[in-house]
Design a protein around this ligand. Sequence first.
Ligand SMILES: NC(=O)c1ccc[n+]([C@@H]2O[C@H](COP(=O)([O-])OP(=O)(O)OC[C@H]3O[C@@H](n4cnc5c(N)ncnc54)[C@H](OP(=O)(O)O)[C@@H]3O)[C@@H](O)[C@H]2O)c1
Length: 174
Amino acid sequence: MESVKPRLTLIAAMDQNHLLANSQGIPWKLPHDAAHFRSYTRGKWLLLGRKTFAEMREWFDAGHTPLVLSSSCGWEPDIGRVIASVSQALAMGKAAEVPEIVCCGGAQTYVAALPFADRMVLTLIEETYSAGRGAVYFPKWNPLEWQMQAESVLPKGDPNEPVARVITLERARK
Ligand SMILES: NC(=O)c1ccc[n+]([C@@H]2O[C@H](COP(=O)([O-])OP(=O)(O)OC[C@H]3O[C@@H](n4cnc5c(N)ncnc54)[C@H](OP(=O)(O)O)[C@@H]3O)[C@@H](O)[C@H]2O)c1
């Protein structure tokens, strides 16, 4: 039987303006969102841009398979593989019969991955953070192309934390 293309899921956290990070990095600290991210990505193939991979390098363990999107060939990360396109990631996942690849950003990589995405797991933080030069945003998506499958409010680690909801959207099939 021919193997099936893996599902591509985008996972991200953003503020009310869909800010992902500013020049200082990610401006919030939400332990329950970090736990949710760890839980969703555990043991999976991940797709990351070169910059996000470098930021998260210490975080990976032997259970992760990071695929690092980069236009420069001729280098290999110490964990995972460099890839030149989202299509290449999906073809590799299909050949390995991986059920799901999770795109963990950053902004440029979400832009490249969104047209191929089947699912989005988004943490929506009910707060706005300072942006400024170097701010990066999650790309706009067409709400008509997506159906809400699940929604939950994250517990707060501290009463001063903003409210944050996790929504799961699936691409609507015609
Ligand atoms: N809030 C969140 O959920 C979240 C999640 C992830 C990251 N972030 C934040 O996002 C920021 C990084 O985002 P970013 O957009 O600057 O960088 P990025 O997407 O992590 O990495 C950008 C790099 O990836 C490669 N790349 C991207 N698209 C490509 C394509 N279509 N084809 C080939 N290579 C491609 C290029 O590498 P080369 O230069 O090697 O060609 C590019 O320079 C960080 O501040 C991080 O903290 C936030």
